[in-house]
Write a protein that binds this ligand. Structure first.
Ligand code: ITT
Length: 211
């Protein structure tokens, strides 16, 4: 049986870009949300082998520490020509200073080394695994992806992480050039385009009721 989210929720992320998106996604549902940062919760070590298990690790740690239901996202960019890298290591490729310009440059260097110079060889997708964990160990889990092509040089200053390099299929502007509504707004405001928006729609279907 799926469980509804009815009360206060912890957003178990320390990434400000993700936090903003997760808050915006939850806003229409009238759920009170506090962040892991606001509660001073520690960041657990992400020891899972896939997005889904890392999302669960983060949600469970925050639910146990706060005694509230906790909502976590584990996400990343999967590059076909790089055998799926950086994947679950997408945050780590930016290093301790979280330098995503350097991480994007590293991807581009590797693509060039492999001769991936035409769009058909530069396919990538973002993945988002979402997990809501309750203090009694109940969990709800969903996952989704958005497909696209990596462009160089990066374009746009909106969003975060690898957004300026990612051109979603069927669009002529990168995530870095899109407004937040265009990237992850849900109908009727947006198309629910991003991986996180797509995963969130699945979660909303089983766990949330519009106000
Ligand atoms: P938390 O674990 O605290 O949530 P994090 O940044 O460490 O924050 P992840 O381990 O899930 O999160 O790493 C995901 C990385 O993938 C993230 O740091 C971004 O660089 C990238 N990423 C995920 N979603 C993205 C998006 O919508 N746009 C651009 N980059 C994204």
């Amino acid at each position: 049986m799926h469980r509804r989210i009815t009360d206060k929720l912890v957003i178990a992320t320390h990434n400000p870009g993700k936090l903003a998106e997760m808050r915006e996604l939850l806003a229409p549902y009238g759920i009170e949300a506090v962040s892991a940062g606001e509660l001073g919760l520690p960041e657990p070590e992400e020891t899972g082998n896939d997005f889904r298990s890392n999302a669960a690790i983060k949600a469970i740690a925050a639910a146990q520490a706060s005694k509230l239901p906790a909502f976590a996202d584990d996400s990343g960019i999967v590059v076909d020509a790089l055998d799926g890298a950086p994947g679950i290591y997408s945050a780590r490729w930016a290093g301790p200073t979280k330098d995503f310009n350097a991480a994007m440059a590293q991807i581009e260097r590797l693509l060039q080394e492999r001769g991936a110079t035409t769009p058909d060889k530069r396919k990538a997708h973002f993945v988002s695994a979402l997990c809501v964990a309750w203090p009694d160990d109940h969990r709800e889990e969903v996952e989704a992806r958005v497909d696209g092509t990596l462009i160089w040089p990066p374009r746009g200053t909106a969003g975060f992480g690898y957004d300026p390099m990612f051109l979603p299929d069927g669009h002529s502007r990168t995530f870095g050039e899109m407004t937040s509504i265009e990237k992850h707004g849900l109908p009727p405001l947006g198309l629910g385009l991003s991986h996180r928006a797509r995963a969130f729609r699945k979660l909303a279907e089983i766990c949330l009721e519009p106000r």
